[in-house]
Design a protein around this ligand. Sequence first.
Ligand code: FAD
Ligand code: NAI
Length: 475
Amino acid sequence: MSKNFDVVVIGGGPGGYVAAIRAAQLGFSVACIDEWKNEAGGPAPGGTCTNVGCIPSKALLQSSEHYEHAGHAFAEHGIEVKGLSLNLGQMLARKNTVVKQNNDGILYLLKKNKISFFHGRGAFAKASAEGYEIKVTGKAEESLIAKHVIVATGSNARALPGAAFDEQLILSNTGALALTEVPKKLGVIGAGVIGLEMGSVWRRLGSDVTILEGLPTFLGAVDEQVAKEAFKQMTKQGLKIELGVKIGDIKPGKKDVSVAYVDSKGAAQTVVFDKLIISIGRTPNTTGLNAEGVGLKLDERGFIAVDDNCKTNLPNVWAVGDVVRGPMLAHKAEEEGVAVAERIAGQHGHVNFNTVPWVIYTSPEIAWVGRTEQQLKADGVEYKAGSFPFLANGRARALGDTTGFVKFLADAKTDEILGVHIIGPMASELISEAVVAMEFRASAEDIARICHAHPSLSEATKEAALAVDKRALNF
Ligand code: FAD
Ligand code: NAI
């Protein structure tokens, strides 16, 4: 028996479930299909983000930061901790509870919005005059008919050839978030966002962490000044980061894994690690969708091919999130999901890629929006720069975290903000002001003239905006 819907969403991650909610708000009958299972085999919507991505990584980053502070930072505040010890089991259990709260929250939201949820794998069966037939394979088989389909099937960790993930010795993000013992020696391949976040978690908990990066530059997409400061701080904390390496054979043993590589000077090296995380990017998830069966086009990199409006080559089939081009970020997926639901309703949903913020939740945090100084130079744009260090910010001193700075880049003639780059405490929260400013096409002077609460970290943002015009007050 088939069920008819205006909109069927395949995938219940941040792209899919948010698209489903917005479509339901707009009055459509909506189904959302997601195959993620919790330990008991039940539904666990929320995708990579909720289950093995954003949420559990931030839970462990927070817990491990507390642990590090208790061991190293509390004494300065006059708080003496004796007999500090790590209960990793409890830390992981808390992380799992946070994940479950989010899974349950999404199930509640789907129900509240009268969205029919199907737990299983969705695949295109055929296109007909009525719409698309979508087969759901799970505990029970279902056949749905959709006028519109939104594909939001996300991404998976990319493996290195010859080193498949076993999640015991060779770990993707899934295994990296679930280690039941702190590895003595942890290897990480790829000094990108996951490598740095996961490397930080396990270093704080006691691992000796070595990160092997293929490129000769550290965090190439980040503003150079910020990347330089990040490298300095992270290596000071004890992360060993080797750039410009060429990875060779990876050989798992019984209890450890050896990695052969050629270092940046051309010397052959072999290191044995207790565990190895491979975080070299992610690949779009299109397996099992039967894209080829209905003629849904993929691009040369395996992403579902879409135009600027997330339209695929098939009428009334849309795709959003990690499975399409653009940054692999939860908030980008959500914005696309909302925009697509609105376009289906005949509205003008819009995603501004120029104001999608990036955050790396290391310590110090790194956050930015807009163009970097090197991009502006490459684009031949005349710009002015202004920075302000947290060292000169009263709130940062009171917090006991004065690393980093805020940096503004503004158009030399119009003063329009072109990029804001932050490394330091709560950069993830501070960046929102810059996003709002850029969305409204504000000038640096606009931020400089706005009253910011004292004492607050946001005063560093105002001061950096003032510094664009060389008139910072406190530095
Ligand atoms: P996903 O979240 O991958 O969801 C896709 C869902 O579709 C999954 O549940 C999958 O099981 C399901 N699915 C796939 N195929 C089918 C099918 N045929 N039928 C039914 N269901 C199917 N981003 C941030 O913005 N901030 C962060 O802090 C952050 N941290 C991260 C940390 C880690 C360790 C990782 C790995 C990623 C992180 N990301 C972060 C990236 C973020 O998780 C992704 O960008 C986001 O989850 C993409 O959302 P999505 O909806 O496109 O796909
Ligand atoms: P990434 O693209 O951030 O980093 C991958 C790194 O691996 C790069 O530095 C790359 O040069 C390196 N690399 C690639 N191939 C290599 C090889 N063969 N040998 C050595 N180094 C190699 O990808 P990552 O860290 O896997 O994360 C995937 C995506 O997930 C991110 O791009 C991001 O979109 C998302 N994410 C976002 C987070 C956030 O917003 N805070 C947190 C974690 C992930």
